[in-house]
Write a protein that binds this ligand. Structure first.
Ligand SMILES: C[S@@+](CC[C@H](N)C(=O)[O-])C[C@H]1O[C@@H](n2cnc3c(N)ncnc32)[C@H](O)[C@@H]1O
Length: 200
């Protein structure tokens, strides 16, 4: 038996909650790997919204989506994920089946343009509100670039303090590789959505 990579593991968890017609969000579009995966998984009747602050990322991903014939089910926003709540269709609130974050910098792009806890944490809190009961949020964390370790610590602190009655949070990492990415996931309980509750 072989264990999946953390990237594959994230896709497997997300695939488990997506059905044809589902709503999904890629919070860090980058080169579009997760956007394409989500677009395929929601099927022809589903929809995906994607966020990135770099036009380069959106252009590359838009091209890949067009080539794959998937552009019609994806809306790309040149906007920070912290603007998710004001950007997503209002009727998606509490109905998003999956949100994926892949933090850090754009591979083959400017390595100094990175995600930051100051915007990542509000975006995570918004995502948890917009998730459907039974939905899943995945966050891939990287510690090898400047600022990555600090961001990862703050994300972990937020996820550890989530109300265990409403969310189940797990993490997964390859242990015998230096600075391997850390995959975290939050499953929202099947009960009706209420206000995000963080224990202080
Ligand atoms: C590691 S890459 C994402 C990789 C992507 N999931 C893929 O499959 O190729 C991180 C991306 O986050 C983007 N980013 C940085 N700050 C952001 C923000 N506030 N909101 C949305 N995206 C942001 C960067 O521009 C970069 O493209």
């Amino acid at each position: 038996m072989s264990l999946p990579s953390t990237l594959t593991q994230a896709h497997q968890w997300v695939k488990g909650v997506l059905n044809p017609g589902s709503f999904a969000v890629d919070a860090t579009v980058g080169n579009g790997n997760d956007t394409l995966f989500l677009a395929r998984a929601v099927g022809v009747s589903g929809q995906v919204h994607g966020f990135d602050i770099q036009q380069e990322a959106l252009d590359r991903t838009g091209e890949r989506l067009r080539e794959a014939g998937l552009a019609g089910r994806v809306t790309l926003h040149r906007a920070g994920h912290e603007q998710m709540a004001e950007t997503l269709p209002p009727d998606w609130r509490g109905k998003v089946r999956a949100v994926m974050f892949n933090l850090g910098y754009l591979p083959r792009g400017n390595p100094t343009v990175i995600t930051h806890a100051g915007t990542t944490l509000p975006a995570l809190e918004q995502s948890l509100e917009w998730l459907a009961p039974g939905g899943i949020l995945t966050v891939m964390l990287y510690t090898g670039h400047p600022g990555g370790k600090e961001e990862a610590e703050q994300v972990m602190n937020l996820l550890k303090r989530l109300d265990a009655r409403r969310f189940r949070t797990v993490c997964c990492q390859t242990l015998n590789r230096q600075q391997a990415p850390l995959l975290t996931a939050v499953a929202k309980s099947g009960k009706p959505a209420e206000i995000l509750s963080v224990q202080t």
